[in-house]
Design a binder for this molecule. Sequence first.
Ligand code: GLP
Length: 246
Amino acid sequence: MKLIIVENYEEISKLAAINIKDVINKNPNAILGLATGGTPLGTYKELIKMNKENEIDFSKVTTVNLDEYIGLSERNTQSYRYFMNENLFNHVNIKKENTFIPNGLAKDIQEETNNYDKKIDELGGIDIQILGIGTNGHIAFNEPSDFLISGTHLTDLTQSTINANSRFFNSIDEVPKTAITMGLGQIMKSKKILLLAHGENKAEVIKEVLSGNITSKNPATMLQMHKDVTIIVDRTIGDLIKITDI
Ligand code: GLP
């Protein structure tokens, strides 16, 4: 694992966007694995800027997102499809038909999750996967548990994730309790992974990810088994995790 400590959130976003740009410029047909949440917003802003300045061309790029809430339509402003359209897809020259997000309204969820994995495999796998991290170590919606699931699946959200994500909703009661998420096995198949984190509330969990221990109680610790993971954090986290202690 490679850890890069930069000054602040803006620098995390710029560096993440440069990494994505490099992948696309080497392979215009690249498959990007994308995330939602507050963390990647700055990266998406940078990508939009690069696209407007003709530094990246999304016309042949395909994207697959990590997860989607159950029960929210793409017109619901809290759905991850809406989020991605609003914060990236509507502002770059990507073809919407090349953007994939699990369908949280699918009648047959089992079929939807199977097809999602099949789709990713058919595309040839993810070239670069962007990840945020929950304060409990969840990545995508792979929550701490006694065991982790490899493929895309339906999952219950933990109370801590419901609480954390309620900041995007009018009230906590509106936060869906279930979601479709790519599983850890599928995420681990990505050729390259970028994990982004900033702010003191993520320090403890990042320290665990770098600890050398792997536990399903912090799903992100699994990433230690991947051969090309870069973690980019801000100075706040860098100072709090005191690298020399690890
Ligand atoms: C959500 C998403 C995750 C994301 C996490 C952290 O639960 N499903 O993919 O990493 O939130 O969010 P934030 O970046 O807002 O801290």
